[in-house]
Design a binder for this molecule. Sequence first.
Ligand code: PMV
Length: 331
Amino acid sequence: MSEIQSQYVKKILRGVGTAPVECGEAFAPSNIALCKYWGKRDPVLNLPVNSSLSVSLGKLGTRTAVRFADRNRIELNGKEVSPEDTFAVRILEFLQLFFPMIGNVHFDVRTANNIPTAAGLASSASGFAALVLALDNLMGWGLDRKQLSMLARLGSGSAARSVYDGFVCWHAGTRKDGRDSFAEPISSDWKEFRIGILEISKDWKPVSSRAGMKRTVETSELYRSWPRQAADDLEMLRLAIADKDFPMLGKTAENNALAMHATMLSAWPPLIYWQPETIAQIHRVHQVRSEGLDVYLTIDAGPNLKLLFTEETEKLVKSFFPGLQVICPID
Ligand code: PMV
């Protein structure tokens, strides 16, 4: 972890009082982007090229408890992970950013996901958001959501959005110091909105989204058109949410996701997160849509599909896609 990151954390925590407790505990929802974050303008502070818009997955996410301990101990889904494991290293390096404020301490971190870890279901988003929220509880800082979003962003970009429920916009910002790059909720009572998770594989993905976006930004000719498309899509999505215009939301989100995958396909070496079954299910969505069912899809840096539909068509969508895990994100 770099000096720049420590300084950034220090600035956010400047003037904040502490009242530590024995254990800090928190839950953060996973989130699915309808307008994707793809590409960094600053990899150290995790500053994105484009603003993004997501919807949080309600009760699906990560629960984390943090305590001070005699040695570092990281537990994932009930099993202790070796401190050398990349998962533990990422968590411990992140926590070290706070050492200038809290001293060189050891942590006991217990974290559990009720979503498949790193299969493109944004577990790093809920993971880092839950970690920051739990640490805030442990230290008794009482940070506001904007500050928490700016801290979670350092762990994983999309974690900036997981500090909120519902629809969320993460502003890319333009400042070099990252102080204007944080997420904000978009108020909506669109209770009929549904997301369905179509799990294709629980496998760990071969290329992290961090590495994938770096490769795409550096080598994909198509990436040049991405920032403009993302900006247009985000505006369309805002309008669609405000008007509860589902076809407009679905079309924009699906096109945005496939455009992101087009930039990946045109990277070198090419990045293909899809499995044969992913493509089969994309065709199936298109088939049932051509028959009149209002269902759309989105895909992140992984093989799984997320289907977008409304309460009205929920029964029918489920009958076409058995095993679909349906979420009502706006409760
Ligand atoms: O936050 P990261 O580094 O895991 O990147 C997330 C990238 C996508 O999931 C593909 C898009 C997004 O906005 O969530």
